[in-house]
Design a protein around this ligand. Structure first.
Ligand code: NDP
Length: 445
């Protein structure tokens, strides 16, 4: 490890003990940025890297609620307001039992660079709770969301902080959260994105992360004069990002063959077509069932406890969660001929896995760049809310497509190394420069 990176990481680890996901995310950025900072001493003198790694504010709070049997439950809520140098804090809320301070700080940190990359005026934040929506009734989810917002409402606002969805937070949860905010403030304003169309939502927002990730993969493939047509694709997860990744892959002529959830994976060698995808959307978004049911319905293979990376593919789209591709799985993907990995999820590949992809010189689009379409379209939702207007589907999709092409171009600009594009360096440096310069402009903030 570079000496400067080592010194910096010792400082981070000492200040943030035990936060391993946060250390992982900061290390990845530090490795990209350090050579750039050495060449541009103004950032070093102003200690921008140290400042950018310290949240502007962290809010942690009690979330008490009552379950259907009348028992009191207590969860912990969080909002990490990481950086607002270029706009209001923006980033999702995650509801999952694994949620802790380290995971939310890693996500908020990544969000700062990602949001900057979109070219839109949004700062970075992230929040959530260790509440598990799985197996809860709608009434329980509503009571939890109301209690969560009863504290969160003090810390957010259309010009301060605008959360969105993430794992475990979809249209239902955004609805309950928005309703409670409106009641508490007596105010109808765009304080959340991912809203339903009837009350301030944007067309294409639900689709945006998955569609954007496929648009990004398409741009990467163009650099090799390749298209997605006929490509066998493995996709993990079966939530929002995975579903719309599959939809866009189908539209572009590719063949998605896997999906998963935290219990296991399905492999459908004939391909998941439009009809099967509609069935999955009903299963996951309405009936809230498990992916295993797909195997029973369509008579394909289900493997409990497995992830899809052993299946031979041309392109991979990890779209479930962090650290879902380890070193061995990365090696298997490369050995099986995979030429592109575009991350729909945040930090799904472990550092040793990233090394394998980069050594093999395959196309590797990190989440910060490849999944930025979600937050970009959230920013488009904010613009529509401010204008009190809504744009048509084609207009939003066209803007999303343009933004993803632009992000790709910026990654190439800052990440080109001889004939290879290091998208990790490209995304980190391009995202960093705009935020760092804004912090310099604004004095010691
Ligand atoms: P959803 O809750 O809609 O879906 C998450 C999917 O991943 C589910 O299939 C879930 O399975 C699976 N999953 C979650 N945790 C684990 C785990 N620990 N191990 C294995 N599988 C798991 O979330 P999204 O689709 O919104 O988010 C997926 C990823 O994309 C996350 O990393 C998120 O941060 C990222 N992302 C999302 C954006 C968005 O707009 N929604 C924007 C940018 C990034 P199960 O149901 O069994 O838990």
């Amino acid at each position: 490890m570079d000496k400067n990176v080592e010194v910096f990481m010792n400082y981070i680890i000492e200040r943030n003990p035990g936060e391993k996901e946060f250390h992982q995310a900061v290390l990845e950025v530090a490795e990209s940025i350090m050579p750039f900072i050495q060449k541009n001493p103004k950032y070093k003198k102003a200690k921008i890297l140290e400042r950018i790694s310290e949240p502007e504010r962290v809010v942690m709070f009690r979330v008490p609620w009552m379950d259907d049997s009348g028992e009191i439950q207590i969860n912990r809520g969080y909002r990490i307001q990481m950086n607002s140098a270029i706009g209001p804090y923006k980033g999702g809320l995650r509801l999952h039992p694994s949620v802790n301070l380290s995971i939310l700080k890693f996500l908020a940190f990544e969000q700062v660079f990602k949001n900057s990359l979109t070219t839109l005026p949004i700062g970075g934040g992230k929040g959530g709770s260790n509440f598990d929506p799985k197996g809860k009734s709608d009434a329980e989810v509503m009571r939890f969301c109301q209690s969560f917002m009863t504290e969160l409402y003090r810390h957010i606002g259309p010009n301060t902080d605008v959360p969105a969805g993430d794992i475990g937070v979809g249209g239902r949860e955004i609805g309950y959260l928005f309703g409670q905010y409106r009641r508490l403030r007596n105010e109808f304003s765009g304080i959340l994105t991912g809203k339903a169309l009837n009350w301030g939502g944007s067309l294409i927002r639900p689709e945006a992360t998955g569609y954007g990730c496929v648009y990004f993969a398409e741009e990467m493939m163009k650099t090799k004069k390749e298209t997605l047509k006929g490509k066998i694709c493995t996709v993990s997860g079966s939530g929002n990002v995975a579903q719309y990744t599959v939809e866009k892959l189908l539209q572009l002529g590719a063949k998605p063959v896997t999906l998963s959830d935290s219990s296991g994976m399905i492999y459908d060698p004939d391909g998941i077509d439009d009809e099967k995808l509609a069935w999955i959307m009903d299963l996951k978004n309405i009936r809230r069932g498990r992916i295993k049911e797909y195997a029973d319905e369509f008579n394909v293979n289900y493997e409990a406890g497995k992830r899809p990376w052993e299946i031979k593919c041309d392109m991979a789209f990890p779209s479930a969660t962090q650290n879902e591709i380890n070193q061995n799985e990365a090696k298997t993907l490369v050995d099986n001929g995979c030429i592109s990995v575009a991350e729909g999820a945040n930090m799904p590949t472990e550092p040793e896995g990233i090394e394998i992809f980069q050594e093999a010189k395959i196309l590797y689009g990190p989440g910060k760049a490849a999944n930025a379409g979600g937050v970009a379209t959230s920013a488009l939702e904010m613009s529509q809310n401010s204008l009190r207007m809504s744009w048509c589907r084609e207009e939003v999709d066209e803007k999303l497509h343009w933004i993803m092409q632009n992000i790709h171009e910026n990654c190439v600009k800052y990440g080109k190394e001889n004939k290879y594009v290091n998208y990790v360096n490209g995304a980190n440096i391009a995202g960093f420069v705009k935020v760092a310069d804004s912090m310099l402009d604004q004095g010691l903030v």
